[in-house]
Ligand binder design. Structure first.
Ligand code: 13P
Length: 268
């Protein structure tokens, strides 16, 4: 049964809609996308929704400069980091380096990292700790495979991923977290979870947080849904009481489309 954390009612948490660009957009393209996005978003949009963009590492510095110079209230995000601050780790980027670029959010444990780059729960937990140590907000990704869903173990899988990542995180830090529930079978497939399934799983994530850290952090933690989010399904997903935002892949690459997703309140 779902426990109902105190203070966890709808409307209490400001939604966060994040664009995970994955390995798309050169730094020059990234600048154009953010400029166009900023032309389309209005103060009321930023008032209602926090927005972050997560370019590849090569775009971070350019986007940081643009956001600063034009005072654009979009938050800068990264897609991954290493847990050590520095060292002999060829090809890696540390959380310390990202913090210096005024990165606000760092995605950790994306399923593509877990599946294609063999990141296990222990590595994800260390990355999460590094992001918090540098005063940035982790976006912890969790989600089940199609086989796990069909076997009826989706909730168990996701709960165990959240528990493993939160091991060692203090209760007061947990409330500042963002967790993204991203069913692997919905990523890049055009097949979205139903709003009911998204709600059930996001509520399950919140229940784990309540168990691990208490009702206060559970009421504060923001839980995003990710997996084939687009302009037609965003409003229904966002209407769910435990869905506090979206982690958007493909549909965030185009600034017009991503702006309409951020403006989901008007599209329905
Ligand atoms: P899509 O929106 O392309 O399905 O990707 C979701 C995702 O993986 C975001 O992190």
């Amino acid at each position: 049964m779902r426990s109902e954390p105190s203070g966890a009612g709808p409307g209490r948490r400001k939604p966060l809609i994040s664009g995970n660009w994955k390995m798309h957009h050169t730094h020059l393209e990234a600048i154009q996308v953010v400029q166009k996005l900023s032309y389309r978003l209005r103060p009321a949009d930023y008032g209602a929704v926090d927005v972050s963009v997560h370019p590849p590492f090569t775009g971070l510095r350019s986007i940081q400069t643009l956001l600063d110079a034009d005072r654009i209230p979009i938050s800068l995000g990264a897609q991954n980091c290493h847990w050590e601050d520095q060292g002999a780790f060829t090809g890696e980027i540390s959380a310390a380096m990202l913090a210096k670029l005024t990165v606000a959010y760092v995605i950790v444990g994306h399923s593509e990292r877990r599946q294609l780059f063999a990141e296990d729960d222990a590595a994800v937990a260390r990355k999460l700790g590094a992001v918090m140590r540098h005063s940035m907000t982790p976006i912890l990704c969790v989600g089940e495979t199609l086989e796990e869903r069909e076997a009826g173990s989706a909730q168990t899988k996701v709960e165990s991923q959240v528990e493993a990542a939160l091991d060692g995180v203090s209760a007061d830090q947990v409330g500042a977290l963002v967790v993204a529930y991203e069913p692997i079978w919905a990523i890049g497939t055009g097949r979205t979870a139903t709003a009911e399934d998204a709600q059930t799983m996001c509520a399950a994530v919140r229940s784990v947080v309540a168990r691990v850290a208490g009702d206060g952090p559970a009421g504060a933690v923001r839980v995003q849904y990710g997996g084939s989010v687009n302009v037609t399904n965003i409003a229904e997903l966002m209407a769910q009481p435990d869905v506090d935002g979206a982690l958007v892949g493909g549909a965030s690459l185009d600034p017009d489309t991503f702006a309409r997703i951020v403006q989901y309140r008007e599209d329905g």
